[in-house]
Design a protein around this ligand. Structure first.
Ligand SMILES: Cc1cc2nc3c(=O)[nH]c(=O)nc-3n(C[C@H](O)[C@H](O)[C@H](O)COP(=O)(O)OP(=O)(O)OC[C@H]3O[C@@H](n4cnc5c(N)ncnc54)[C@H](O)[C@@H]3O)c2cc1C
Length: 365
């Protein structure tokens, strides 16, 4: 009989395991993939944006659920946990936290070091989990194990992940509707601008309201990507709607300044904007479009970093413990908790993994 089985060796599962080991419990990690922590490596374009100084409950789709967890594990406590494990971080001007090395491999290597005492089985997807008396029977690809505690840390299908929500429903847990989030905004309006970046102010008008901010966008042939677009996409995902994107390509200049500067010499707009963008705006509407360029957008259903939806949080407490089954936990993205772009999703993976581990450690005392 295992004390703890963790299904899924991703960000949340590994942090949970590291914390358990720190508390004197050696878990068994069952990982579906050939290796653990694969998504950590690709995160943040290989740099792993692992947290954000601006973390708060409002950065998540379910602030009332996230609040007590973030209160118990404030930003400083998470950074301290990383420091204790051996990872030094640095913060950029937008508050995004990265490993000091600027290399996601550092985060994974530190986690692997922290869990080296754990038993890890890779290429070992969990197929079913059943409650049997006071313990759990876990069937995986290579056999059956029994455990006193089970932590579900299977993440989502985003970024080539394995969607394992059936494990939740098999245990009687509800799964809320799934939708891509932190993805690009789909539109044909910017065809021909693929690869062009711009620092803009963009607003998204939807039937559920308007949001807007400054940031960077990156055009693709089939839409608008980049950090600002990712942030806007979470709003679309949460409200299940389409919208109209309105971009101000020169947020530091007024309309009057633009016309004064370029009114009589539009050909020089390439001195303000990328030439391909300048040419397109002039072709399709003139200088007016510099301050207000509008396009209808929908949520892209591919290349998403996160899935919105998952284990219904009304059936879990702030220690990530199931209200249906004693000693069952669910952590990370498998829960219906998704954050904005900027390090908030990994931050959630760490704090939820820590909360579950600490609850298990407390239960043993
Ligand atoms: C390209 C990309 C870039 C990203 N960049 C960032 C970023 O910079 N900052 C940020 O905050 N977030 C980022 N994210 C999101 C972030 O990576 C996830 O939110 C986070 O990894 C979720 O952690 P998790 O442990 O819940 O799930 P995962 O990290 O996905 O781990 C789940 C693990 O469970 C395993 N698994 C699944 N089913 C089973 C099963 N049945 N049995 C056993 N194992 C199973 C999977 O193989 C996987 O290893 C990014 C995502 C992607 C795709």
């Amino acid at each position: 009989m295992e004390k703890v089985v963790i299904a899924g060796g991703g960000a949340a599962g590994l942090m949970c395991a590291a914390r358990l080991i720190g508390g004197g419990i050696t878990p068994l990690i069952l990982e579906a993939g050939a290796r653990v922590g694969k998504k950590i490596l690709v995160s943040g374009n290989g740099r792993c944006n692992l947290s954000n100084v601006n973390v708060s409950a409002e950065k998540y789709n379910v602030p009332e659920f996230a609040a007590p967890v973030l209160q118990k594990y404030p930003f400083e406590a998470v950074i301290e946990q990383w420091r204790k494990l051996g990872l030094i971080t640095r913060t950029d001007e937008q508050g995004r936290v990265f490993p000091h090395s600027n290399y996601s491999g550092s985060v994974l290597n530190i986690l692997l070091g922290a869990v080296c005492g754990a038993k890890v089985l890779t290429d070992c997807p969990v197929k079913s989990i059943k409650k049997q008396g006071n313990s759990f029977k876990i069937e995986h690809k290579h056999g059956t194990v029994y455990a006193e505690n089970v932590v579900l840390a299977c993440g989502s299908g985003a970024g080539g992940g394995v969607a394992s929500y059936g494990l939740l429903s098999g245990l009687g847990h509800k799964v809320t509707p799934l939708a891509p989030a932190v993805t690009y905004l789909k539109t044909d309006a910017f065809k021909g601008l693929k690869g062009v970046r711009a620092k803009v102010y963009a607003k998204l008008h939807t039937k559920c309201g308007t949001i807007g901010d400054r940031g960077e966008i990156l055009f693709r042939d089939d839409g608008v990507s980049g950090i600002l677009a990712f942030w806007l996409s979470s709003f679309l995902a949460r409200n299940n709607c389409a919208g109209e994107l309105e971009i101000d390509f020169a947020p530091d200049m007024s309309r009057e300044e633009i016309f004064r500067e370029y009114g009589g010499r539009q050909g020089l707009l390439c001195g303000l904007l990328h030439k391909a963008l300048a040419d397109k705006l002039l072709r399709e509407g003139g200088l007016e479009l510099v301050k207000s360029c509008k396009a209808n957008v929908t949520l892209a259903d591919k290349d998403n970093q996160v899935v919105c939806g998952g284990a219904d949080i009304s059936q879990f407490d702030c220690n990530m413990r199931s209200l249906l089954h004693k000693n069952l936990y669910c952590v990370g993205e498998m829960l219906d908790v998704d954050g904005e772009c900027g390090g908030y999703n990994l931050h959630w993976a760490w704090v939820s993994g820590m909360a579950a581990a600490d609850d298990i450690i407390r239960g043993r005392q």
